[in-house]
Ligand binder design. Structure first.
Ligand SMILES: Cc1cc2nc3c(=O)[nH]c(=O)nc-3n(C[C@H](O)[C@H](O)[C@H](O)COP(=O)(O)OP(=O)(O)OC[C@H]3O[C@@H](n4cnc5c(N)ncnc54)[C@H](O)[C@@H]3O)c2cc1C
Length: 607
């Protein structure tokens, strides 16, 4: 079974991606150029990623005391990805990019995530370089970002510390000006950094000539103390190896040392590191302290980081989606081939009849259809959000602003919904395999382990939920939520005209009304502790409403297509979502609306 028909249907029959070519930025593109990008990525994913997915799981990164050793396959995958031009796909022609719409870039990257999510760490490098294109100086862009787009350098994001994960205001990495004339360095104001960064993905390896760490740190005030809160956080480029103003390596190793590798449950193809900055393991220019160059203004670090968060979070949501999809395809294939049990007839089972294949059992069909509805629905949501990113960047001013605000509200869902439900899909894929699914002889347990990360990183589930209910639905006087409601209502109005879809349209209207009422009820006392105590059930109900909308909208496109097995499947996945999933939201919204304090009020001793 191939992913491509689903991608093509969503991109073209549903989203009408080709219309982007009418915009000046994408004028050279056509369906043919989009297809060529998808073809190339599909091929590289098939040849350089998929065959090595198990290998990178079993041959974890090793540290020999000096270097981190990765399988040759990881080097080959990095090289093939860099050579494909995907690192710079969205960039301007004059810096070697393709000016590809983000919608198509996201769709093309889906093939890699499905083939082997952890073998490639291109997403971090692109995110790092994009941030520098938005906030770095011209020299920082030329020396660091352009070398990342070409694949010569790779990038990291160093936010977390052992004592500061969800709460970045507690970052304790310290940055002090690096002597006389520190402000005049051609690469940006030069500082010395000291601190420990935990969980840094792709923090050490030999895949690229250099590693560009983007590091959050605080500049002490005149009293020598670090400023409290997030407003005191600044952003620095800390290269593993120092470079000159032209980007050539100077031969000096910066004072960034690998303290250890983390041994993870999954996603093992990517190294994950504890890095010590500035502890003197590699004294540089006669002193301890990692050399770093300030990006933007002091105190603006988190703002710069958050600028890139929408795309990073769509990337995480897409990874979660494609891991779910990989499990769906594997379990579908298994279910078509595994004989077990017999059909139940009016007289019970007849042992003389040949066995059924398990795909013939209603309960196995339920598990497969659940996976299809979670994963294909999530894929549609991610592509919809990617389309909003293109609108934000290339649309007319009013449409661009609408897209910005819709993304604010939808991004926590785009990140978190697939992290929870496509993980559930992976669990169902194991279940479809029975005992075999619980062994390492089949790929589905790895997909589950790989996917378990996505509810944790890029803002945990709980943090995303509080962001949605505590900030996003309230911002700009609730205008984002209103915009979303308008779009949902527009879909409802179209669907209600179709007899086959009218009941679903009504169910969606009711769900939307219930989410609105629960939002008000959660905030009725104006007390954030009460409102946010049940933020995760709110996220779940909100997410299910969004997915029901996406499915109804996709169903409208499917409905007008000619009869085919794919059309039948899409409409059935939509019906599954409305019949088996959407009704769950009543329980979630109940505790939100009542501001249920069962959890919040329980004293520690009672646990
Ligand atoms: C494999 C992997 C890769 C990673 N890659 C990177 C990377 O490249 N760069 C980087 O900077 N970081 C990275 N991270 C770090 C990741 O972003 C953090 O693990 C995450 O932000 C959570 O921080 P923490 O682990 O300290 O957990 P904590 O913040 O201690 O959270 C523990 C639990 O408490 C909950 N919690 C915390 N605070 C609150 C609150 N105020 N209200 C309610 N609940 C709360 C959380 O939701 C969570 O369930 C990575 C992590 C992993 C596991």
């Amino acid at each position: 079974m191939s992913l491509r028909p689903t991608i093509d249907f969503l991109l073209h029959d549903w989203l009408g991606a080709e219309a982007l070519n009418q915009r000046a930025r994408f004028a050279d593109h056509s369906r043919e150029t989009f297809d060529a990008v998808l073809d190339t990525c599909e091929r590289i994913a098939r040849e350089k990623y998929a065959p090595f997915n198990r290998l990178v799981d079993t041959q974890e990164p090793q540290f020999d005391g000096e270097k981190v050793i990765l399988p040759q396959a990881t080097h080959d995958a990095w090289q093939a990805y860099a050579e494909s031009g995907m690192l710079s796909a969205a960039q301007d022609y004059d810096i070697g990019g393709m000016q590809l719409p983000y919608t198509v870039e996201a769709a093309a990257n889906a093939f890699f995530a499905m083939a082997s999510v952890s073998i490639g760490a291109g997403m971090l490098t692109v995110g790092n370089a994009n941030l520098l294109m938005a906030h770095g100086s011209a020299a920082q862009q030329r020396v660091f970002a352009l070398n990342e787009f070409s694949g010569r350098f790779s990038g990291t994001m160093c936010l977390s510390e052992p004592q500061a994960g969800s709460s970045l205001s507690d970052v304790a990495t310290r940055a002090v000006p690096d002597g006389e004339g520190f402000e005049a360095d051609p690469l940006g104001p030069r500082f010395r950094l000291k601190g420990n960064k935990m969980w840094i993905s792709a923090g050490e390896h030999e895949l690229s000539e250099n590693i560009v760490h983007l590091v959050l740190a605080k500049i002490p005030g005149p009293d020598g103390r670090l400023p409290p809160g997030v407003k005191g956080i600044s952003l620095f480029i800390v290269p593993k190896k120092l470079v000159d103003a032209e980007g050539a390596l100077t031969g000096e190793r910066n004072d960034v040392a690998l303290a250890g590798l983390n041994h993870k449950c999954g996603w093992r193809g990517t190294t994950n590191t504890l890095l010590n900055f500035g502890e003197g393991k590699y004294p540089v220019r006669g002193a301890a302290g990692a050399i770093g160059y300030l990006v933007g203004q002091p105190g603006e670090g988190l703002r710069c980081m958050f600028h890139m968060m929408n795309e990073a979070r769509i990337g995480v949501g897409m990874a979660a989606t494609m891991l779910g999809m990989a499990g769906y395809h594997a379990s579908l294939d298994y279910a078509k081939n595994r004989p077990q049990g017999r059909p139940v007839g009016p007289e019970g089972k007849d042992p003389n009849r040949p066995q059924s294949r398990i795909i013939e059992h209603a309960d196995v069909k339920r598990m497969l259809l659940a996976q299809k509805s979670y994963c294909e629905g999530a894929l549609a949501l991610e592509l919809y959000c990617a389309r909003l990113v293109d609108e934000q960047h290339t649309g007319a001013p009013e449409a661009a602003d609408e897209a910005r605000l819709l993304l604010e509200v939808l991004t926590p869902i785009a990140k978190s919904w697939p992290s929870e439900w496509c993980l559930e899909a992976n669990s169902l894929a194991i279940q479809v395999h029975g005992g075999y699914g619980y062994t390492r002889d089949f790929p589905v347990e790895q997909y589950w382990r790989d996917n378990r990360l996505n509810m944790i990183h890029e803002g945990t589930h709980g943090i995303q939920a509080m962001d949605l209910l505590g900030r996003k639905v309230l911002m700009e006087n609730g205008r984002g939520l209103q915009l979303l409601a308008q779009r949902i209502n527009a879909t409802i109005e179209r669907a209600i005209q179709q007899p086959e879809l009218a009941a679903h349209a009504n169910a969606l209207g009711k769900a939307l009304q219930e989410v609105g009422a629960a939002t008000k009820a959660a905030w009725a006392t104006g007390n954030p502790a009460e409102a946010l105590a049940n933020a995760v059930p709110y996220l779940q109900a909100f997410g299910h409403t969004v997915l029901a909308w996406i499915w109804l909208d996709v169903a409208l496109a499917a409905h007008s297509a000619p009869e085919s097995a794919a059309r039948t499947g899409r409409l059935a996945a939509m019906r599954f979502f409305f019949h088996y999933e959407l009704p769950k939201m009543g329980a979630w919204l109940g505790v939100v609306s009542r501001r249920d304090a069962t959890c919040a009020d329980l004293p520690e001793a009672a646990f």
